[in-house]
Every structure is written in structure tokens, then in C-alpha cells.
Design a protein around this ligand. Sequence first.
Ligand code: C2E
Ligand code: MG
Ligand code: MG
Ligand code: MG
Length: 290
Amino acid sequence: YEARQHKKNVLFYEPVMSEKRSAKLVLENDLRQAIARNELIVEYQPQLHLASREIESVEALVRWQHGQLGLISPANFIPIAEETGLIIPIGQWVLKEACMQAKKWQAQGMFIKVAVNISLGQLLQDNLTQYVQDILAETELDARYLQLEITESMTMNIESITTVIQTLQEYGVTIAVDDFGTGYSSLSYLKDFPLDCLKIDRSFIWNMDQNTEGDALVLMILSMAKHLKLKVVAEGIETEKQLVYLTKASCDTIQGFLISKPLPAQVLEETFNEIESKAQRLLEKIYEEA
Ligand code: C2E
Ligand code: MG
Ligand code: MG
Ligand code: MG
């Protein structure tokens, strides 16, 4: 380790380049084994539909329970998976897991849509549509209970991915653009790109604070989405104040720690009614106060 002087004069240690690189190699090797070793898990974060006041969907989020290192967040291994191509088997595994789970829930009377994140590497793969179809057939999940989340930066590959997106939509799968507003891409793709939903990035939500520029951006996204007939999910809702604001602005759906953090399937099942009624009480209170 080498010591470095931080701006605020706090001394901190950081691994030198070669150590960082070898740590990454170890992680990469372990990641190759992760599926076979059953170390990947999917958690599900509820999304609350404001008009119906019901949890109509969940987002599937992968985690890695590493033998020695403990729980690793996707932010720390999805980039490695993307660089190494491991995102293909991992993505396929997550998709199947999520579809199986949604089908299981249906058998218990819980009809909720599941949203699964898709990386660019998966979209550019020539058999994505085929394996989505295979997984839907195998799990017997109706396609309208599956949403795929792509990111805005992927729309730069508009020619190569439009057909794929259209084919998926023909099956009945819906498509959301994740982290909307952070992609630095031209908005022009919105008019000719087939989409169903925009997910407002949480950085916009965090900057919301009565009559600030942050509010203006959220309002603009909501109004634009309405004109384009797209649904909107606001991500990262942590406070009641944010919920009040988004309710007033007629946002369709919200997702965030205020409602629930991502949970293992079984925990979600056990607490689903509790989470939903807590959210309903919150909305009632907001409507009463309005
Ligand atoms: P994302 O798709 O934008 O997912 C939302 C992230 O925000 C999740 O982080 C979630 O736990 C977090 N979040 C939700 N509500 C709140 C909130 O109120 N406050 C805060 N601070 N955070 C909130 P997570 O699970 O760590 O995932 C990070 C990213 O990793 C995801 O961002 C997504 O880009 C990627 N990812 C996760 N699972 C998969 C996967 O199966 N495949 C691919 N390709 N990427 C995935
Ligand atoms: Mg997402
Ligand atoms: Mg996001
Ligand atoms: Mg993201």
C-alpha cells in the first residue's frame, strides 16, 4: 500500500496500481465460478403505482454473496462482468431467476411485473430475443409481466438495437430507459425509438427541493413523458416530501427506500402486505393534508 496525502490533509491508504489489478483478477476468476457455486442472489425492490396505490411491479437487482468477501454490490462486479463477457451468462441467469420468481408469485396470487436490468453486451448479442423467448416459454411467464431496463447510453447504438427492442415488444415485453437524464444523449431518440417507460434517475430526485432547478427538470421529464405516452418511474425516493411532490406532479410509479429497500424474494413475500399498507397510509395522509 502506498500512503497518499488527501486534500484535507487526511492521510489515507490506497492499494497501488498492481495490487488493484491483481485484486480485480482474483474477483474476475471468482466471478467465473459464482453461478456454479450458487453465490449470486436476486433481490426485489417494490415499485408503487401511485394511482392504484398498489405495488404493481418490482425491480430485480443482483447481488454476489462471495465466500470470503461477503456481500458484493452489483456496482462492484457488473462492470467486471461487462468487461469480461461474463455479463452474458450472469444476465441470462438473473433473467431466468426473475421470471421463475414472478411465476411462483403468480401461483400464490401475487401478480406483479418484474423489471430486469440488461447490459449493452446482452442487447448486442444476436440471440437475446431468442433466449428471452425461451425463458418465457420455459417459465410459462406471460411476457407482459416482464419489463427490461436498458440505459440511455445504449440508445447511441440505435440502429443495432431498434430491431431487437421491437421484437421484444412484439412478444409483449415492455422496455424502460433506466437512469434517464444522465446519459448525455440527444433526446431525439425518444421520437423514433420504441419505448414504454422512463425511469428518472435518483440524482434528479435528490436535487428536488421546492422551486429549484431540480424540480423544474423533474416536471419537464414528466410532461415530456406524458406527451410521448410513456410511463414514468421515479427512482430513489427516500423522503415523504419527495413523495408529496411526485404525487402532485402525477408521476406514475415510485421506487425507493421510503417504500422499501430491495429484499430477498422470501422476505418480500412475507412483508408484501405490510409494505403495501404502509405505503397506502402514507398516501392517504398526503391526500388528506393536500
Ligand atoms: P439501477 O438499475 O439504477 O438500480 C437502482 C439502484 O438504486 C439499486 O442499487 C437500488 O438498490 C438503489 N436504490 C433504490 N432505491 C434507493 C433509494 O431510495 N436510495 C438510494 N440511495 N438507492 C436506492 P443496486 O442494487 O446497488 O444496483 C446498482 C446498479 O447495478 C443498478 O442500478 C444496475 O445498473 C446494476 N445492476 C443491478 N442488478 C443488475 C443486473 O442483474 N444486470 C445488470 N446488467 N445490471 C444490474
Ligand atoms: Mg435498473
Ligand atoms: Mg436506475
Ligand atoms: Mg444504473
